[in-house]
Write a protein that binds this ligand. Structure first.
Ligand code: NAD
Length: 433
């Protein structure tokens, strides 16, 4: 049989825009860096996936079965790593695309980890605490043969948090007969979590914005100032709220933030710690007094210096990209800008900090949590933050070196950085059998 029939689409994986987008970006990077086509052929599909049915008894006594997934994209560099998403529209293809992004993210920041992702097709806002716990525990049991501290280590993602990780760790440990804290990261501190993990992704987003401003200045380009600069944040969850708070404390004017219920706007800048208190009580940003309402679409089109899309994928597409005016866009979420929209933005002079670099703070501190757990030796938050900044600034430098070398977009440069390390490792390990 001869190869060389190009990249055939797959009937199984590529049903979501997110997956197709990730493959398009991979192939673009492969083309620019002149990657060995045999390596690209192996990277364009996941290594393994598990689809499970997750039946639970609801509070009203009925049994309902949910669909769950865990996809391991590539484990050349180490155990799989990636979050678990609770979302009503999550599907196998989307999880596979997110797992692929995790492979490149872990590789580009230099971690000894591979890429994985999981999800359950459920609307978490409709679950009681008891139902969420039952769902997480049963899902853990269903996938327990492919996860573990040396195999694949889940973490929180959209719709899940440290409580879900505690339930997952407990269920896995009950089945083993002893405590296995290393099976998950993003755990509560009391059971082996790391200081600074909860804030790490949002904090890392703001580190990369600082590095981007400096990089532009160093290369003779105009760059907005953070102190006094204007910011809009799309998505006010674990990533968006922390990023908004961090940049607010650096003196920026965060003029708008939003969540799934809509947004709020104040041209003089929102008091972010106060908005966070409001959200703690009311769950959504809508209704906050010192602001006027704004739609998510309007927020994306604001003439701000910095835009942080930190909610979900596919929010800036060819349909709305023409209205986006921000000078620096930091992809806090995974895949918020489609590949074609990104080309359009860069063509118009916007500087984009791509997801695999911008939101890598979470997986970096997850790695620190895993390392601290293995050693049973825990670091102070200052130590965690200093090490996070060091890893992120080195990664930013590697990506911008490739950006200048290949004269390509930042996303392509980031993928080249990740794929290059993987390529060397895959060639050294060879193809079994
Ligand atoms: P989260 O569930 O804590 O928050 C998501 C936020 O987005 C919420 O405010 C929600 O209301 C809002 N949202 C959802 N749908 C929306 C819509 N259609 N329009 C506007 N807002 C909407 O999730 P998170 O952990 O903050 O994750 C956000 C993104 O960051 C995801 O893409 C995730 O994969 C990525 N990410 C998260 C981490 C992490 O450590 N949590 C790490 C890396 C990447």
């Amino acid at each position: 049989m001869s190869g060389g029939d190009g990249y055939l689409s797959s009937h199984l994986w590529d049903t979501s825009d997110l997956y197709r987008n990730a493959v398009t970006e991979l192939l673009e990077a492969a083309n620019v860096m002149k990657l060995d086509p045999n390596i690209a052929e192996r990277l364009r599909v996941p290594k393994r996936a598990m689809i499970v049915s997750v039946p639970i008894r609801l509070d009203d006594g009925h049994i309902k079965t949910f669909e769950g997934y865990r996809v391991q994209h590539n484990m050349t560099l180490g155990p799989g790593k990636g979050g678990i998403r609770f979302h009503p529209e999550v599907n196998l293809s989307e999880v596979a695309g997110l797992a692929m992004l995790m492979t490149f993210k872990c590789s580009l920041v230099g971690l000894p980890l591979g890429g994985a992702k999981g999800g359950i097709r459920v609307d978490p806002s409709q679950l009681s605490r008891q139902e969420a716990q039952a769902l997480m525990r049963r899902y853990t049991t269903e996938i327990n043969m492919i996860i573990g501290p040396d195999k694949d280590i889940p973490a929180p993602d959209v719709g899940t948090d440290s409580r879900h990780m505690a339930w997952m760790m407990d269920t896995f440990s009950q089945e083993k007969g002893f405590a296995v804290p290393g099976v998950v990261t993003g755990k509560p501190i009391e059971i082996g979590g790391s200081l600074g993990r909860a804030e790490s992704t949002g904090r890392g987003v703001v580190y990369t914005i600082q590095y981007a401003v400096q990089f532009l200045k160093d290369n003779g380009k105009s760059a907005p100032k953070i102190d006094g600069g204007t910011v809009a944040v799309h998505g006010f969850g674990k990533v968006g709220a922390v990023a908004a708070e961090e940049i607010y404390h650096l003196g920026a004017k965060v003029v708008a933030v939003s969540d799934a219920s809509g947004g709020i706007y104040n041209k003089n800048g929102l008091n972010i710690p106060d908005v966070m208190k409001w959200v703690e009580k009311n769950r959504v940003v809508a209704g906050y007094k010192e602001a006027e309402p704004i739609s998510n679409d309007e927020l994306l089109a604001l003439p701000v210096d910095f835009l942080i899309p930190a909610a979900i994928d596919g929010v800036i597409t060819m349909k709305n990209v023409g209205r986006v005016k921000a000078k620096i866009i930091a992809e806090g979420a995974n895949g918020p800008i489609t590949a074609d929209a990104m080309k359009d933005l860069e063509g118009r002079g916007a500087f984009i900090i791509p997801d695999v670099l911008c939101n890598a703070g979470g997986v970096i501190v997850s790695y620190f949590e895993w390392v601290q757990g293995i050693q049973n030796f825990f670091w102070s938050e200052t130590e965690v933050n200093n090490k996070l900044a060091e890893v992120m600034s080195n990664a930013f430098k590697r990506v911008t070196d490739n950006y200048l070398k290949y004269k390509c977009g930042m996303k392509t440069a980031a993928l080249i950085t990740g794929v290059d390390r993987l390529n060397k490792a895959m060639l050294l390990r060879g193809l079994f059998p």
